[in-house]
Design a protein around this ligand. Structure first.
Ligand code: NAD
Length: 468
């Protein structure tokens, strides 16, 4: 990282020309060929491989993440996503025949072409700075689009190494990085894009959607969490405790798909809390502060927000609570709350806070989850097949992992996205390709069917009507 220039924000005045450059490239049609797309994807793959140590270092500098975690939760994923895309792209690009049509319609060869949307904008978030920026970019390249990437300014080292890799590896006429914060993003939003892919919070997501609406630009919004975990009386308390605790240790809880709170059936609460304490000790035997594996909060503003949240709860801290502003340390903190309206449930913590609300039974758990947030990004039911099936049948969420946290999001062939105000649009695997693809319906009418088409031409007579 030391040999890279420091992060400099792109001058706002340069943004129209950057946008025009990638629009012009799209209109050359070169980015549409399979060969071009594969070349760019392969170059990106090797660019990432070559800079692996710098990528791991950048995540350590920005988020205190261990190299192991960065590889496990984003770099390894991203490399696999590129390989998956290279392997399947030709198949994804093939025309699809129309389903189940009449013999007459078959003569017109109805099919769907997969056309690239055009010149697109990808706006990334800080918490998984590589995956959330490069994942959509891979989809845009695979679809034959040109793109501008605006990484999060809150992970500056990740932003700088990504710019370096993209500049070295990809066609600069087609793929550009714009660095910056609100003024630069606002200038980008002034341009006309063919799609905007945004990952981040609900507030900014709303700004993006409103701005895009002015030019009828389609958007994919990957927004915030407020995800429930429900530990039913039929759950295995040890497994539930270990899996849910892990989900809050990864990236120090700065994960959109972490559970924001846990609803625990009172019948299992003592066993669950005991297992949580055991798991804390197992995972961090010397405590969180001394753990090499435990990250830090991204910046002082986010650290303060978390501290204010913790101060605002009327719940009781059961484990943790230690924090240190100077080093942005925040201990995994388990708080037992007594109301679904506690701020720890109502607001997204996006950090290592683990509020637990005891509930009487499964019905109360489902009612509470639906009351707190009707459309979370993820949902984690723990328990028997019957109990978890009932939870899924009576709730909504972007995705769900049964008896686990996150797992659905780690499957490269499962589309990932939200529902309602946790987002719209999805990506990963084939979904990444489709996110930036226009499904263009095509027919071709041969001359020989003219006789059959006679029925459509006036004058409309009763005899013709019988043939329709
Ligand atoms: P962030 O600070 O990284 O901001 C996200 C992006 O929005 C950045 O690129 C930033 O420059 C841009 N931005 C900020 N203010 C803006 C403005 N006024 N106008 C235009 N652009 C602006 O991240 P964040 O928003 O704090 O991210 C945390 C949130 O993101 C959480 O709610 C989390 O749940 C959500 N998130 C969702 C997903 C998902 O896949 N659904 C993934 C990660 C994070």
């Amino acid at each position: 990282m030391d040999d890279l220039p420091p992060l400099t924000y792109t001058p706002v005045d340069d943004i129209p020309a950057i946008h025009q450059r990638i629009v012009n490239k799209f209109h050359t049609h070169e980015t549409r060929t399979l060969a071009y797309r594969l070349k760019q994807l392969r170059q990106l793959y090797w660019g990432l491989k070559d800079e692996e140590p710098a990528l791991l270092e950048a995540a350590k500098l920005d988020l205190g993440k261990s190299a192991y975690e960065t590889y496990l939760t984003e770099l390894g994923w991203e490399l696999n996503d590129i390989l998956f895309m290279c392997k399947n792209l030709e198949r994804f690009m093939k025309d699809e025949k129309a389903e189940d049509t009449s013999l007459m319609n078959l003569a017109m060869g109805p099919r769907i072409r997969k056309d690239p949307l055009g010149a697109v904008l990808v706006i990334g978030a800080y918490n998984f700075p590589f995956m959330l920026s490069l994942g959509p970019l891979v989809g845009a390249i695979a679809a034959g689009c040109t793109a501008v990437l605006k990484p999060s300014e809150n992970a500056p080292n990740a932003a700088r190494i990504m710019q370096h890799i993209i500049t070295q590896s990809l066609d600069p006429e087609a793929y550009q990085v714009v660095q910056g914060g609100v003024p630069e993003t606002t200038a980008l939003l002034e341009r006309k894009w063919d799609k905007i892919f945004y990952t981040g919070g609900l507030g900014v997501g709303t700004i993006i959607a409103k701005k895009a609406a002015e030019t009828l630009t389609p958007v994919a919004l990957e927004l915030g969490g407020r995800n429930p975990a429900i530990v039913t009386a039929s759950a295995d308390p040890r497994l539930a405790a270990r899996r849910l605790l892990w989900a809050k240790l990864v990236n120090a809880g700065q994960v959109c798909v972490s559970q924001n709170y846990i609803l625990v059936d009172r019948a299992i609460l003592p066993a669950f809390l005991q297992q949580l304490e055991t798991a804390l000790h197992d995972f961090q035997p010397k405590g969180a502060q001394a753990s090499e594996d435990y990250g830090r909060i991204i910046n002082e503003r986010q650290w303060q927000r978390l501290q204010d949240m913790l101060d605002s709860t009327s719940g009781k801290i059961l484990f943790g609570g230690k924090t240190d502003k100077a080093t942005l340390f925040f201990e995994p903190t388990v708080v037992q709350v007594d109301s679904a309206d506690d701020p720890l449930l109502k607001d997204e913590s996006f950090g290592p806070l683990i509020p637990i609300l005891p509930v009487r039974d499964l019905d109360e758990a489902i009612r509470t989850a639906n009351h707190v947030h009707a459309t979370p990004l993820a949902l984690y039911p723990f328990g028997s097949a019957t109990d978890t099936a009932k939870i899924l049948a009576q709730t909504r969420s972007g995705g769900a992992s049964i008896n686990d946290a996150f797992f659905h999001a780690s499957i490269p062939t499962l589309a990932f996205g939200g529902v309602g105000d946790s987002g719209s649009g999805a990506y990963r695997g084939r979904a990444s390709f489709e996110c930036f693809t226009h499904r263009r319906s095509i027919t071709r009418t041969p001359g020989w069917v003219e006789g059959l088409l006679e029925v459509r031409y006036p004058p409309y007579t009763p005899a013709k009507l019988k043939k329709v």
